[in-house]
Design a protein around this ligand. Structure first.
Ligand code: DP6
Length: 347
């Protein structure tokens, strides 16, 4: 008999960025962060987890048809270990349950977007992996409890276990038990939000986020103010803006926080550059659209790469898309493409 469970998880794009770890082993962040979960129609990871008495050898993962080396991935091992121990607890309580915790796991995962595109694929990837195994093991844990496990795989993954507007609370406990994701508002609260993704470069990013974060924590002189003062204030402000559906405040803080994150990257030594000329042109295009409208109707944000994500409300689709379609294709070096308009996701 083969036991099997399948699930999908969406990508999320932070408006308050996670950049810095206070504990690298447990993957605990230096600051809280907040993201919008995007629609699974456009960007998602699909994962099937199975186990059987007839499987032998170590656990395995096939990602987009390629075998991944999960034995040497401490993060994946941490997730598997945690999920198995929760299953063991169930099996210890109820002797009639099959001993799935003892069986080899086979995990097969695929993205409906290019992994190399520099889009946050690890977030959807670890969220789907954790939930597929939790479903296979029939674990009673809530999405919030599972977010603690996904966080150990990749920090941003803890925010992909919930829909809508999601905060990852940094927490203060040393064991990380309070470093979990929390839904700030469901998507139905503000369903008009849209995201446009400009795939500036399909190349793999330069400095991987884990390494980049460590360089920043160790060397940036600006980072402590961001961690201790700037982000806590912004978290409160943007949560209020979301509750009140105040797009202008949401847009301003989103752009300020993206810029603050890239500023501490540039302030690191050696400096970390993620933005390029096309990214900067996208920033200008947003500024042009906002100037023409006489108010903030769109906001840019950039993760650890040059691709831009533009947040705006459905009522301004025409103006925002118009500015991008006229400005970007005329730029030298622009070989990118527009991802379709993406609606946020609700679980
Ligand atoms: C810039 O979650 O990929 O996208 O925990 O080391 O796996 P690890 O980092 P990861 O970092 C994401 C950084 C970011 C900002 C964000 O998503 O909050």
């Amino acid at each position: 008999q083969v036991y099997r469970a399948s699930t999908t998880a969406p990508v999320n794009i932070a408006v308050i960025k996670y950049w810095g770890k206070r504990d690298t082993a447990l993957n605990l962040p230096t600051n809280s962060s907040l993201s919008v979960t995007l629609s699974q129609k456009s960007l998602r990871t699909h994962t099937t987890a199975s186990c059987s008495e007839s499987f032998s050898g170590p656990d395995s993962l096939i990602l987009n048809n390629e075998p991944e080396d999960i034995q040497s991935s401490k993060r994946t091992q941490a997730c598997l270990k945690h999920l198995r121990s929760l299953r063991e607890q169930l099996e210890a309580k109820d002797a009639s349950l099959p001993k799935l915790s003892k069986l080899t796991l086979r995990i097969v995962s695929s993205n409906n977007f290019p992994t190399a595109a520099g889009l946050a694929s690890s977030a959807a990837g670890f969220a789907a992996l954790v939930r597929a195994i939790a479903d296979l093991y029939e674990l009673p844990q809530t999405p919030q409890e599972l977010s603690l496990i996904a966080r150990q795989g990749s920090g941003s993954a803890c925010r992909s276990l919930m829909g809508g507007y999601v905060a990852w609370r940094a927490g203060t406990k040393e064991d990380g038990s309070d470093s979990i994701a929390e839904e700030v508002a469901p998507m139905s609260h503000w369903p008009e939000m849209r995201a446009l993704i400009l795939v500036v470069s399909a190349e793999k990013k330069g400095v991987p986020s884990t390494a980049g974060m460590q360089t920043t924590v160790e060397t940036s002189t600006l980072a402590p103010a961001r961690f201790n003062e700037i982000v806590p204030k912004r978290m409160a402000e943007i949560e209020k803006a979301i509750q009140e559906k105040d797009f202008e405040t949401f847009a301003r803080i989103t752009m300020q926080d993206s810029n603050s994150f890239h500023a501490i990257c540039l302030d690191s030594w050696p400096p970390i550059h993620y933005l390029n000329d096309v990214s900067r042109a996208a920033m200008s295009a947003v500024e042009t659209a906002n100037r023409k409208a006489g108010k903030l109707i769109c906001a840019y944000t950039f993760d650890a790469g040059p691709n831009a994500v533009i947040y705006y409300l459905a009522e301004h689709t025409h103006e925002v898309a118009g500015v991008f379609r006229s400005v970007l294709p005329r730029l030298p070096g622009w070989e990118g493409e527009f991802a379709e308009q993406i609606r946020p996701n609700e679980y």
